[in-house]
Design a protein around this ligand. Structure first.
Ligand code: 5GP
Ligand code: ZN
Length: 141
């Protein structure tokens, strides 16, 4: 298993740094976030060290996603939440602080104001299609 000496989540996965665990198998770990933004805020990580989502092998993502799917309902129900967000920050521009890929399960209650800014806008004519073309080109390489 790949690990990185200075990585806090590798330390947690290896049992060297304490955490409040909610689920564990050979390759995936879920534990309570130490700085929650709502009650029940849970983190799900692959135990192996990958910095970003796009660096994770497909099978690692599949295993992690399966655990997220299994846990999301119980996490929300445990705190009487009406819903939940699943969030994965990638890169410091996107708010990633811990550089070991992780998924936040964030229980939500109506009107809780947890994400009260969603800066939606409208593309000018043709821009969405131009970006879509670039994405499809990148997918080929
Ligand atoms: P990011 O901003 O990188 O997506 O989120 C990192 C998350 O990890 C934060 O919500 C933060 O509270 C949590 N976190 C950072 N260090 C620790 C730790 O040592 N233990 C636990 N349980 N959570 C941590
Ligand atoms: Zn790590």
């Amino acid at each position: 298993m790949t690990g990185k000496a200075e990585c806090v989540f590798c330390g947690i996965a290896a049992g060297k740094i304490p955490c409040t665990r909610v689920y564990e198998d050979d390759r995936v770990l879920a534990f309570m976030d130490i700085g929650p933004i709502s009650d029940g805020h849970t983190l799900v990580i692959p135990k192996a060290h990958y910095e970003r989502l796009d660096q994770c092998p497909a099978e690692v993502l599949a295993e992690t996603a399966a655990v997220i799917g299994r846990l999301a309902g119980p996490v929300a129900e445990a705190v009487g939440a009406d819903g939940y967000n699943v969030l994965c920050n990638n890169g410091s521009a996107a708010g990633q602080v811990v550089e070991h890929v992780h998924f936040h399960i964030i229980p939500r209650k109506a009107g809780d104001g947890v994400f009260n800014r969603w800066p939606a806008f409208q593309y000018p004519q043709g821009k969405a299609e131009a970006i879509a073309e670039k994405i499809k080109e990148k997918l080929k390489s």
